[in-house]
Design a protein around this ligand. Structure first.
Ligand SMILES: Cc1cc2nc3c(=O)[nH]c(=O)nc-3n(C[C@H](O)[C@H](O)[C@H](O)COP(=O)(O)O)c2cc1C
Length: 205
């Protein structure tokens, strides 16, 4: 029998049809995001925010900006996974728990902050790239956490990013990177689609 993590990776598929009668409670939503935020980010920046769209009003508001996709209102919750422009100035705060836990020497923090500054300071493209990367890792971990908890998920890029940012009051440094619908899948969903042959996508050098 395969390892449960491999089982979840292999069984995951994009859920198109959700059971609209089944909700998730706040504790389940919190557990999904607790797991999602175990994903790695550069310098442990954690430059992300997850907006759990779960009320009828908020779902309708999001669906109107998301190509009218039925999943947004049928799924128990649709997360707006936001990336935040990378900013080296948050590093001391983000690293403090690692120092307090006793494994990261406090003297290392300025070095990490300096490295982050050299990468991102006055580099808007890199700041944005890191926002997209962090949110994408978070979304990837979220969909596998959902799978492991017996839930279906659907990543979605079919939405108007500027309209979503306005409708959900995103800050100026926040980008709505991807929507992830999560809920109970119905039995009619397609399986995971076949993938391109390994020989086309893997280069052994
Ligand atoms: C970044 C991204 C954006 C996507 N956007 C949408 C979307 O807006 N609507 C949708 O129905 N599916 C969307 N999908 C789902 C893909 O179509 C799906 O992952 C792909 O066909 C592979 O299917 P599988 O995950 O079931 O194997 C998106 C997937 C990704 C990764």
């Amino acid at each position: 029998m395969s390892h449960p993590v491999i089982g979840a990776i292999e069984a995951r598929r994009t859920t198109n049809l959700f059971d609209p009668s089944r909700q998730l409670d706040d504790a389940q939503i919190q557990e999904l995001i607790r797991l999602a935020t175990t994903a790695p980010t550069a310098f442990n920046l954690q430059n992300w925010r997850f907006i759990a769209v779960r009320t009828a009003e908020a779902k309708a508001r999001l669906r109107a900006q998301a190509w009218d996709q039925t999943k947004v209102t049928d799924a128990a919750v649709t997360f707006i996974v936001c990336g935040q422009l990378a900013d080296h100035r948050v590093m001391p705060e983000r690293l403090a728990p690692s120092v307090e836990a006793g494994f990261m020497p406090a003297a290392m923090v300025p070095g990490w902050e300096g490295a982050a500054k050299s990468l991102y300071f006055e580099q808007p493209q890199r700041q944005r790239d890191e926002a997209i990367r962090s949110a994408t890792f978070g979304a990837g971990t979220l969909i596998h956490a959902a799978q492991a908890l017996g839930l279906g998920s659907a990543p979605m890029i079919g939405f108007d990013a500027e309209a979503v940012a306005r409708a959900f009051d995103l800050a100026a440094d926040e980008i709505p990177v991807v929507l992830v619908a999560v809920g109970h899948a119905t039995s009619e969903n397609w399986p995971q689609k076949p993938r391109r042959p390994l020989a086309q996508v893997l280069s052994l050098v």
